[in-house]
Design a protein around this ligand. Structure first.
Ligand code: PGA
Length: 258
């Protein structure tokens, strides 16, 4: 079998930025700068806060935009006494197609571990939402030579008990912690090396699903570095934080090949 063509995925992660009104303006402004040829080449998504999801859904559906609505978090339970949490079913009703699980900010500040990330990923899949499983090593782990082991363990933990046909559909985001929000992106060769390692690790357990799973890079992506990163064979897109808050800059990242 020849190489599998994986469509790139570019997601703007707005983190805790923007009111619902600003989020509506951003998604509209983004859509003005993209055309059908862009959406043909790249799957485009935005990840607003929970409070903006409904408004973004309204814009996306009213204007019939091919933009994926991505949530930033989900709880693993179907429902219950979990004050402050949001279930996959609630997200699915808002036309959310993807959800980020295991972002390093959540691992660091909210104690999310691999087991929780795995439960979140499985909950998302059971409601038809594609998890974007975020993994990445700290600077200390990289300097100690532990990067591959750390990130490999995070991926294996997150994918535990997920059947290979579902693994094939999901997205892994390699986001080295030292590159997030620092303006210091990973060198393309470094990102490629890790992502290829992750793909091999997934292959050892899930076979050909590894050729279909999209593995994207995140960490200080901007219009100036996106093309070099995306040129790498195993890098299937980007998760873009700071640079995505300006719709023009996010659009420029989506149009990285032009
Ligand atoms: P950044 O964030 O682009 O601001 O580095 C990426 C992320 O955290 O997803």
């Amino acid at each position: 079998m020849g190489p599998v063509a994986r469509k790139p995925l570019m997601v703007g992660n707005w983190k805790m930025h923007g009111t619902y009104f600003e989020a509506m303006q951003w998604v509209q402004a983004l859509s003005y700068q993209l055309d059908l040829a862009d959406y043909d080449r790249v799957d485009v998504g935005v990840a607003p806060s929970f409070t903006s999801l409904r408004s973004v859904q309204t814009v996306v559906q009213m204007d019939d935009l091919p933009i994926h609505i991505v949530a930033q978090n989900v709880h693993w339970a179907k429902e219950g006494a979990h004050t402050g949490e949001v279930s996959a079913r609630m997200l699915a009703k808002l036309a959310v197609s993807h959800v980020i699980v295991g972002h390093s900010e959540r691992r660091r500040h909210f104690g999310e571990d691999d087991r929780m990330v795995n439960r979140k990923a499985r909950a998302a899949l059971s409601d038809g939402i594609v998890p974007i499983v975020a993994v990445g090593e700290t600077l200390e782990e990289r300097e100690a030579g532990d990067a591959e082991e750390t990130v490999g363990r995070q991926v294996s933990g997150a994918l535990a008990r997920i059947p290979s046909d579902q693994v094939a559909r999901l997205v892994v985001a390699y986001e080295p912690v030292w590159a997030i929000g620092t303006g210091r992106h990973a060198r393309p060769s470094v990102a490629q090396e890790m992502i290829s390692h992750l793909r091999n690790r997934i292959r050892s357990r899930h076979g050909e699903a590894a050729d279909q799973v999209r593995i994207i890079y995140g960490g200080s992506i901007n219009p100036g570095n996106v093309a070099a990163l995306m040129a790498k064979r195993d890098i299937d897109g980007g998760l873009i934080g700071g640079a995505s808050l300006d719709p023009g800059t996010l659009a420029a990242c989506v149009k990285y090949w032009t």
